[in-house]
Design a protein around this ligand. Structure first.
Ligand code: UT7
Length: 332
C-alpha cells in the first residue's frame, strides 16, 4: 500500500504591511484593543494587481524546489481559497498550474475557509493512498484584503494576505506517512461567518452590484466560543484515537485566528510554549494560507526537522474544522 508523506513546505507573504496603528486611522479601534483581544500586531496586504494565484505560485515554487521532486512529476494541484482570482471559474488551481507550466494535471479548488489546508491535505492523502496520484501540490492562498470591509472594525483588524504550499507524495515507508486527518463541518452555524452577497443565495437582488460585494461578515464572539469548544474536542480525540501523548508533538501548528483560541487549545493539551507555533502577530488571519505559512516559518527558522511530528488544527466558515497528525518527511 502507498502511504502519503509530507515532503516540503513553502510560503509567500506580500511586502506591504498594514499595522494596528494604520487601522486605528481607518476605523474606531486601537493597537491596544487589537493586541489584547487577538494578538495581532500587523498583517500583509497584496500589491495592487497581485492576485491569489500570483501568491500561490510563489509559495508553490519554493515547495517544489525544496521537495527534490521534479515539477513534471506532479500529477495533481489543489488550491484551498475563499478569495479565488475569479468568482466561479477558472479555478485558482488551474491558473497556478498554468503559471507553473503544468498543463496536464488534475487541478481544482476547494472551499472550506480557514480549514482549507487540512481539507486539501486529506484529499491529497486519499488520492495517494488509493494509488490514483503520486505527487500532489497543495496550496492555501488568500487575498482576503479583496473581500474585507475596511469600514467594519469587527473583521478588518483580523485578516491578511499570503500563501503557503506543500508537496505530498507517495511512499512505501510507513514511518514517513501522515498518521491521521480529521475533517468535519456543521452548516447549522453557516451564518456565523459568511460572505452573504454575490452568489445565487445572495440576500440582495443579484443586479444590485454594490450590494453584491463579497465582503466577509462575522459574528466574532459566537464564532470564538464554538471554535474553542470544537477544536479542543477535536485535537483531544485525534491524539487519543492514535494513542499519541501531547508531549510527543514536536510542533502544534494551529490556524492563526486569535492567540486566545490558540492558547485555550494549547492549555487543554497541556502543551509547553515551545511546542506551539504562533505567527498571528505578524500575519493576522490568512484563512487557508495560515497553517502552511506557519509551518514555513518554523522551517525557515531551522526548527522543523525530518521526523518531527506536527499536530495541525483549523476552524473556519461553514462552519468547518479539522486536525491532522503529520510527520515532516523530506526525501532523505
Ligand atoms: O478564522 C476563522 C474563525 N474565526 C475566528 O475564530 C475568530 C473568532 N473571534 C474572535 O477572534 C473574536 O471574537 C474577535 C477578535 C473578533 C472579537 O473579540 P471579542 O473579545 O469576542 O469581542 P466582542 O466581539 O465580544 O466585542 C467586545 C467589545 C464590543 O463593544 P461593547 O459592546 O462591549 O461596547 C465591540 O463593539 O469590543 C468592541 N469591538 C471593538 N473595539 C475596538 C469590536 N471590535 C473592536 C475593535 N476595536 N476592532
Amino acid at each position: 500500500m502507498a502511504y502519503a508523506a509530507f515532503r516540503s513546505i513553502g510560503a509567500y507573504a506580500p511586502a506591504d504591511i498594514l499595522t494596528n496603528e494604520d487601522l486605528s486611522k481607518m476605523v474606531d479601534t486601537t493597537d491596544e484593543w487589537i493586541t489584547k483581544r487577538t494578538g495581532i500586531k500587523e498583517r500583509r496586504i497584496a500589491a495592487k494587481g497581485q492576485t491569489t494565484s500570483d501568491m500561490g505560485v510563489e509559495a508553490a515554487s519554493l515547495a517544489i524546489e525544496r521537495s527534490g521532486i521534479a515539477k513534471e512529476d506532479i500529477d495533481m494541484v489543489i488550491c484551498a481559497t475563499i478569495s479565488p482570482d475569479y468568482f466561479c471559474m477558472p479555478s485558482t488551481a488551474t491558473i497556478i498550474s498554468n503559471k507553473l507550466g503544468l498543463n496536464n494535471v488534475t487541478a481544482f479548488d476547494i472551499s472550506a475557509a480557514c480549514t482549507g489546508f487540512v481539507y486539501i491535505l486529506s484529499i491529497a492523502k486519499a488520492f495517494i493512498e488509493s494509488g490514483m496520484k503520486k505527487n500532489v501540490l497543495i496550496i492555501g492562498a488568500e487575498k482576503l484584503s479583496a473581500i474585507t470591509d475596511y469600514s467594519d472594525r469587527g473583521t478588518c483588524i483580523l485578516f491578511g494576505d499570503g500563501a503557503g504550499a506543500a508537496i505530498i507524495s507517495a511512499t512505501d515507508d510507513k514511518s514517513e506517512a501522515i498518521i491521521d486527518i480529521h475533517t468535519a463541518a456543521d452548516g447549522t452555524y453557516a451564518d456565523l461567518l459568511m460572505t452573504p452577497n454575490g452568489g445565487s443565495g445572495s440576500i440582495h437582488d443579484s443586479l444590485d452590484q454594490e450590494a453584491n460585494s463579497c465582503f466577509m461578515q462575522m459574528k466574532g464572539n459566537e464564532t470564538f466560543k464554538v471554535a474553542v469548544r470544537t477544536l479542543t474536542k477535536d485535537v483531544i480525540d485525534i491524539l487519543e484515537q492514535n494513542k499519541i501523548q501531547s508531549q510527543d508533538i514536536t510542533h502544534f501548528v494551529p490556524h492563526q485566528a486569535n492567540y486566545r483560541i490558540i492558547k485555550a487549545v494549547g492549555d487543554a493539551l497541556k502543551l509547553k510554549d515551545e511546542q506551539v507555533v504562533m505567527t498571528v502577530e505578524k500575519y493576522g488571519n490568512t484563512s487557508g494560507a495560515s497553517i502552511p505559512m506557519a509551518i514555513n516559518d518554523i522551517y525557515e527558522q531551522g526548527k522543523l526537522k525530518s521526523g518531527d511530528l506536527m499536530l495541525l488544527d483549523a476552524f473556519g466558515g461553514g462552519l468547518t474544522w479539522g486536525s491532522a497528525l503529520v510527520p515532516f518527511s523530506p526525501i532523505k
